[in-house]
Design a protein around this ligand. Structure first.
Ligand code: HEC
Length: 205
């Protein structure tokens, strides 16, 4: 029985360990976007605000992750995470991106049970139902004048690699770091949504 239960649990990393890894991956990605040209001033402002608040939460997420793994705090890691905030405040975005890349490789998102994405009609249909019930109200009718418009998830999905898409779904639907720490979607939900956003047709609003 125990073995059967284990076989059905597809998330191998615990929720809080996964959350720390997802946050690192998202931050690494965002810090690269800060380095790039081609962001409108309002977008850059918005991105900076996100990076700023995410960096402040990172040490707490690391603590959570140690706690979940019943490991003692790692003061060197915590100091390194706090240093990222200083690096950011000094506008050293290259250092920030390099260090976040490195950390993200050391604490990778656990993709077991999430990739490869299915393209089966069943997954796409399940993803469509989730999208219509949970996402569409904001993401299909977003106000372009809002300071933080909800992005078009279909356009986003088609630009990203499957790994990036899964990571952004794992992070984006949790709201801001200060709201909820628990991902409302199961791994199966994330897979279905990703399959639909990549391969499905957007519903007519
Ligand atoms: C209450 C409105 C609302 C609902 C419901 C909602 N979102 Fe969002 N979502 C937003 C807004 C607004 C943003 C942009 C936030 C920002 O830029 O800070 C966003 C951002 C995102 C992002 C991040 C995109 C990026 O820039 O990386 C993802 C991914 C995402 N949402 C996925 C979803 C999915 C999937 C669902 C349904 C399961 C969902 N959201 C439901 C309002 C919503």
């Amino acid at each position: 029985m125990l073995f059967a239960a284990a076989a059905f649990s597809n998330a191998v990393a615990g929720e809080r360990t996964q959350r720390f890894a997802v946050e690192l991956a998202v931050l690494a990605n965002q810090s690269h976007r800060l380095l790039g040209a081609g962001l409108a001033p309002a977008q850059r402002e918005r991105l900076r605000a996100k990076v700023d608040s995410a960096l402040a939460v990172l040490p707490l997420l690391a603590r959570d992750c140690f706690e979940e793994q019943r490991r003692r705090d790692d003061p060197r890691l915590l100091a390194r995470l706090r240093r990222l905030q200083v690096v950011y405040k000094h506008g050293q975005f290259v250092t920030l991106a390099t260090d976040l890349d490195h950390l993200s490789r050391r604490y990778p998102v656990d993709m077991r049970g999430l990739l490869p994405l299915p393209s089966a009609p069943l997954a796409v249909r399940a993803g469509r139902a989730l999208y219509e019930n949970l996402c569409m109200a904001c993401h299909a009718f977003s106000d372009p004048k809002s300071p933080a418009p909800a992005p078009d998830l279909f356009a986003m999905a088609r630009m990203l690699s499957p790994t990036q898409l899964v990571v952004s779904l794992l992070s984006g639907v949790r709201g801001t770091p200060s709201t909820t720490l628990v991902n409302p979607l199961s791994n199966q939900n994330v897979i279905d949504l990703a399959a639909y956003l990549k391969d499905g047709i957007p519903p007519k609003p």
